[in-house]
Structure formats: C-alpha cells, structure tokens
Design a protein around this ligand. Structure first.
Ligand SMILES: *Cc1c(COP(=O)(O)O)cnc(C)c1O
Length: 414
C-alpha cells in the first residue's frame, strides 16, 4: 500500500483498521465472506480505467481487445459452472441484476410474485421502499406459521389468482432448501417466467451443496460476493431465448459502462469456484451450519424452522427477552458479528427485529470445522444470556481472538 499511504494516509489507515477488524472477529453475517488475494488483485487493477459500454464485439468505445477477452472468459466460466446458456456478468450488484431482469422482461405495472420480506424475501422482491415495489405490482407469498417452510400451496393459489409475468423464488433470510421443480410447475401453469434469485446460495449451488435451479428457472440472478466469495457485484444467467432481453435490461436499460476490473475479479472467482477445493468448502459451510444449529439448540435457543439446510441460521431472540438489535450489539461487543433480522410473523418493528441472522460462509473460509461450532454456539449463548455483563463480553472476546489468531482469514495482508 505504498502509494496510498503516501497520497492519503488517512484513508490508508482506515483500510488497515478494517483489515485488522476483519482478521480479529468471527464474521458471521451470512452474506459476507473473504475474497481471495487473487480476486482482490484483479479488482485493484488498471482495468478500472477502461470504458466498455456494450458487450464483447459490440462496444461503443475503442481499445477493447483485452477487456473483451476478460468479459468473454468470465461469461464462459459462468455458463460452464452453472450449466446455463447465457451469462451477463456486468450487473454492479445483486440488486442491479434483479432490476435488469424486470426491466428486460416486463413492463412497469406488470404483476410479479416474490417472497414476503418478513419471511426472508429481499427488498428487490417488491418492497415498497425499493424501485421493484414502486414500478411493478408485486404480490407476496409467505411461509407456514408452524414449519416456517415456504408455503407452496399459497404460492400456487396466489399465482392462479394474480397470474404474474415473473415468479421470483430465493431469499435473503431462509434457512431451508427451495423446491425449484414445484415452483416451475406453478410458473408454467400460469404462464410465468421462473426467476431464481440465488444471491445467498450461489456458492453452495456452484459447489454442489444445494440443489441447482439450472434447467428449472429460465432466469437466475446472483450477487457475486456472498457464498461465491468473489468481488462485490452481480450476474444474470438465463436461457438462450431470453438473452437479448436480459442483456438490454442490463445495458442500456439500467447501467452504463461495466466495471471491467470487477468483471476480471468475477472471472477469477468463477475459476476458483469450479475447483474440487471449492466444492469441498461449500459442503463444509453446510456441515458447519448444521453443527452450529445443533450447538445452539443444545443451549435452548429457538431456531426459525428448527434448524438449517444451508449456510445460515435465524434465531428468535424474543424468548431471551431481547430484540435483534440488542442481541447483535452484545455479540459484536464480544467479537461475533451478526445482523438483526425480522423473523416470520414478527411481533417487533423491522428496525429492531425479533431475530438475529448469521451463518458459516466466512468462518469456514478461514478454516473452522464442525468441532469449532460447539465453541461458537456456546460463546453466543453465554453472551445472549448476559448481554450487558462486561466481564462475560470481555472473556468471550478474548477466546474469539484466540481462535481467529489460529485461523487467519484469507486475502488479508499480514
Ligand atoms: C443480497 C441479495 C440481493 C442483492 O444483492 P446486493 O449485491 O446487495 O445488491 C438480492 N437478492 C437476494 C436474495 C439477496 O440476498
């Protein structure tokens, strides 16, 4: 960081502090991860200088011979990894990917169906504060009150009643597997396109640790920085016949020049995600989440849906006399970073949330395995049982720092 230190020591110091924070906490926000040093090097390259509006072979600027190669290899690796016809690797984020799909495939005012926010759906699945909810007529399905599983019967009934143009499946806070086959049957019955937003689970899908929507969903969207462990960004994957509409929805529909340095980082991530090591990692993420869920339930905690099938866990913290923010604040003070989250049929306002959401992707990237999950679960329980006891918080924090020191996070300079 020589140049940055010289030009801007203030920002250089802020980055060093953040490196140190990431290295010394248990990062358990399930949408976060550690990009590899190779991914970060690609993102920090001179490709940031290049304007490349358009697509390889059809650009609006000149001098694209090398960035065309970069985008081509990223697209090729994405289609091979996920077994799809076409990939658009330009979306700046998962949100941009979703908005580009809507823009490309339907008209403002058209009906779309997605999962309710408090059941784990994402803002871009029709929240009134998101452009998705302002521009399109979203109808929401939910989860069952007892099992907390997606209510496919409700999805079916609502689809027949409202006849959406797009049926969105996928979530930001759902600990169980999706039945993509059932969703496709429902979509087909009402003539809707099935869109699988796999932002959270894409790395598990790539590694074979979660069923893939490929071949069932005509469109798949994802963020690239969550379980995929790439640079911050998004992608759309789709069937051949939707290619033109999707590409136009991204550019010129909703974005200008692509971030070629980030696309290079996505290409590197896609190479890494195709390896046997990554597949093993993805399975370890799930094994760790299951072990963590078991450890938490042993301490008496209430888990939404009673456990997990994927990388994340949602805990109802109300029985402990807390709201989500109080619980997350206490855990952060002890070096365990999670986020407060609404839970199904929540009785607390979204600002507080009745739950906390956390997962194993990042801690698995730093090498923690099932045996470590007993410690993590018990540490969380100790904190949540005494959230204002400074002695307990300090003791847990010391133990967290010890385990972090034993398992350095990848991609962070020493
Ligand atoms: C994270 C997420 C997104 C949006 O991703 P950003 O990259 O933060 O814009 C979209 N959908 C789901 C289900 C997500 O979890």
């Amino acid at each position: 960081m020589g140049a940055l230190e010289q030009v801007d020591p203030e920002v250089a110091a802020m980055i060093r502090h953040e490196e140190q924070r990431q290295q010394t906490v248990l990062e358990m926000i399930p949408s976060e991860n550690y990009a590899s040093a190779a991914v970060i090097e690609a993102v920090g390259s001179v490709l940031t200088n290049k304007y490349a509006e358009g697509y390889p072979g059809a650009r609006y600027y000149h001098g694209n011979e090398f960035v065309d190669d970069v985008e081509d290899i990223a697209r090729k690796r994405a289609t091979e990894l996920f077994g799809v016809d076409h990939a658009n690797v330009q979306p700046h984020s998962g949100t941009q990917a979703n908005m580009a799909v809507y823009l490309g495939l339907i008209k403002p005012g058209d009906t779309v169906m997605g999962l309710k926010l408090d059941a784990g759906g994402h803002l871009t699945h029709g929240s009134p504060v998101s452009a998705s909810g302002m521009l399109y007529n979203f109808v929401s399905y939910g989860v069952d009150r007892e099992s907390h599983l997606v209510d496919y019967d409700e999805m079916h009934a609502l689809a027949k009643e409202h006849r959406p143009k797009i049926l969105v499946v996928g979530a930001t806070a759902y600990p169980r597997l999706w039945d993509f086959k059932r969703a496709r049957e429902i979509a087909d019955e009402v003539g809707a396109i099935l869109m699988a937003d796999m932002a959270h689970i894409a790395g598990l899908v790539a590694g074979g640790a979660h069923p893939s929507p490929a071949g069932l969903a005509q469109v798949m969207t994802t963020s690239t920085h969550k379980t995929l462990r790439g640079p911050r960004g998004g992608m759309v994957l789709c069937d051949r016949d939707l290619r033109r509409q999707i590409d136009r929805g991204v550019f010129p529909g909703s974005q200008g020049g692509p971030m070629m340095h980030v696309i290079a980082g996505k290409a590197v991530m896609l190479k890494e995600a195709a390896t046997a090591e990554f597949s093993q990692h993805a399975h370890q993420v799930v094994a760790n989440a299951k072990a963590l869920a078991a450890s938490l339930m042993d301490t008496g905690m209430t888990l939404i849906s009673g456990g997990t099938d994927n990388h994340l866990v949602l805990v109802d913290v109300r029985p402990m006399g807390l709201n989500g923010v109080q619980a997350a604040d206490a855990l952060e003070a002890a070096g365990i970073v999670v986020n407060s989250n609404p839970i199904p049929f929540d009785t607390l306002p979204p600002r507080e949330g009745g739950g906390i959401r956390f997962g194993t992707p990042a801690i698995t990237s730093r090498g923690l395995v099932e045996e470590d999950m007993k410690f993590v679960g018990q540490a969380m329980a100790r904190v949540l049982a005494a959230p204002t006891d400074q002695g307990v918080l300090a003791a847990v924090k010391r133990e967290v720092q010890e385990i972090c020191a034993k398992h350095p996070a990848p991609g962070i300079p020493a």
